[in-house]
Write a protein that binds this ligand. Structure first.
Ligand code: NAD
Length: 451
């Protein structure tokens, strides 16, 4: 069995069966058997089934939010927002079966047309930081396009995925279409990646594991999409509304206790604004409410595990000095305070590696060119923000930063209807929006000779 631990209390909250490689084989066989029936369902019927699933998830939203808040240690208000996004995601892709359009292409001697065909059985591998949200980003477009799914949640957070499977069956999604296998990545994930009957792997997780997945999938030439790590920049120019930028910056890195691939953990501030910015940042960080995820007032919960807390703490090393931190509750949970380092350079380890915890590095810069250079001086390219009073400059900088998801005078990264994904070593492919559907279908070209 897998013992599922609640991060806020450090106690076991549930036990679930630990799947092995043979369970993955079994799930893939069931998904393979279900595929012809699922792809053959008329698009309008498949749309109705997905709307039914969205309705059923909406009815269960409040208890799913509590489950997610407890298992992942995230504030209940955030968990509610995430479950609302899960419902929206299934609803958005419920419209897709009837909109998977092909083309007719002018050629001589006949008619040429294209179709978007499902891939077959797709393997979805999900991390622990946004368990059900990231599951929905993959599952909804995969099912809408006519694929069947084997889903492997993270060992630390399997509970909401198991609920999703139950809810889907109750909502009329046929047996075998959505199969959840909770088990270790090194066993179950690996088997999915190598399985000859799996057509595609959609993975979200660390860049290190992503590299292994790309290599493992090569053996069977699987399609692969990868949503990996990040080290995003929050660029603040001196002519920006620095009070607003400083008020927003903490949640952009400490939201989800910093366990967010989009965390803007490098705060690049134009040199003349650094002192004012640090003062405003300190006011916000010191007033952050860190505590019980189920308390409505909580803004930040614990880290996911004791070993992850040790990893995060290891970034506070001889190269860095803490400028200020917030408070954390006493007790057995995996607490770590929101922490801002003294202004530093882009060369220290805390500025180069993904910390995946509530630690922010402020890095001074002089002028637009240096801001762009520093923002791009990383192996990652997932997200980022530009705070700037000059709209033309903000757009110029946005075009010059090598990242997949940028926002201007805002820290938002994700909307169901817009593409999400990384440049460089932050990944391959896009989730959400219309783009995701391209990654769950192949294009077929059919020529019909008309003589
Ligand atoms: P992880 O890479 O350790 O694990 C992710 C998933 O992969 C888990 O389900 C795990 O069991 C599985 N896995 C582990 N080893 C495997 C293997 N050898 N073969 C197949 N599957 C394997 O990541 P994590 O610690 O769960 O999540 C944190 C990471 O995820 C961070 O790096 C973060 O940036 C990244 N992330 C990226 C995005 C994005 O959209 N770009 C979103 C969220 C998280």
């Amino acid at each position: 069995m897998i013992e599922v631990v609640e991060p806020a209390s450090a106690e076991v909250m549930a036990e679930v069966p630990r799947a092995g490689a043979e369970d993955v084989d079994d799930a893939v066989a069931r998904a393979k058997e279900a595929f012809p029936g699922w792809r053959a369902i008329a698009p309008g019927e498949r749309a109705k089934l997905l709307h039914g699933l969205a309705d059923a998830l909406g009815e269960r939203a409040s208890d799913l939010a509590v489950l997610e808040a407890r298992n992942a240690g995230k504030p209940i208000a955030d968990a509610r927002g995430e479950i609302a996004m899960v419902v929206d995601c299934f609803r958005y892709y419920a419209a897709a079966p009837e909109r998977l359009l092909g083309q007719t292409i002018p050629v001589g001697g006949g008619i040429d047309m294209t179709f978007r065909e499902p891939l077959g059985v797709v393997g979805l591998i999900v991390p622990w930081n946004f368990p059900l949200v990231i599951t929905s980003w993959k599952t909804a477009p995969a099912l809408a396009a006519g694929n069947t799914v084997v889903l492997k949640p993270a060992e630390l957070t399997p509970l909401s995925a198991i609920e999703l499977e139950r809810i889907a069956l109750d909502a009329g999604i046929p047996e075998g279409v959505l199969n959840v296998v909770p088990g270790p990545g090194s066993v179950c994930g690996r088997r999915l990646v190598e399985h000859p009957d799996v057509a595609k792997i959609a993975f979200t997780g660390s860049t290190e594991v992503g590299r292994g997945i790309a290599a493992g999938a090569a053996g069977t030439i699987k399609r692969v999409t990868l949503e990996l790590g990040g080290k995003s920049a929050n660029v603040v120019f001196a002519d920006a509304d620095t009070e607003a930028a400083a008020a927003a910056a903490p949640l952009a890195v400490f939201g989800n206790a910093g366990q967010d691939c989009c965390a803007r953990s490098r705060i690049l501030v134009e040199r003349e604004a650094v002192d004012d910015f640090m003062a405003a940042l300190e006011r916000t960080v010191k007033s952050m409410v860190v505590g019980d995820p189920l308390d409505e007032a909580t803004q930040m919960g614990p880290l996911i595990s004791s070993s992850h807390r040790e990893t995060v703490a290891s970034f506070l090393d001889a190269e860095t000095r803490v400028a200020f931190r917030g408070d954390v509750p006493e007790g057995p949970g995996f607490w770590f305070p929101p922490t801002v380092l003294e202004p530093t350079t882009n060369d220290v380890r805390a500025a180069r590696e993904e910390i995946f915890g509530p630690v922010a590095a402020v890095i001074p810069f002089s002028g637009e060119a240096e801001a762009i250079e520093l923002a791009n001086d990383t192996i990652y390219g997932l997200s980022g923000s530009i705070w700037c009073g000059d709209g033309a400059r903000a757009l110029r900088v946005a075009r010059a930063i090598d990242a997949g998801v940028l926002s201007i005078n805002s820290n938002s990264s994700v909307r169901v209807s817009t593409p999400f994904g990384g440049f460089k070593q932050s990944g391959v492919g896009r989730e959400l929006g219309p783009d995701a559907l391209d990654h769950y279908t192949d294009v077929k070209n059919v020529f019909y000779a008309t003589g």
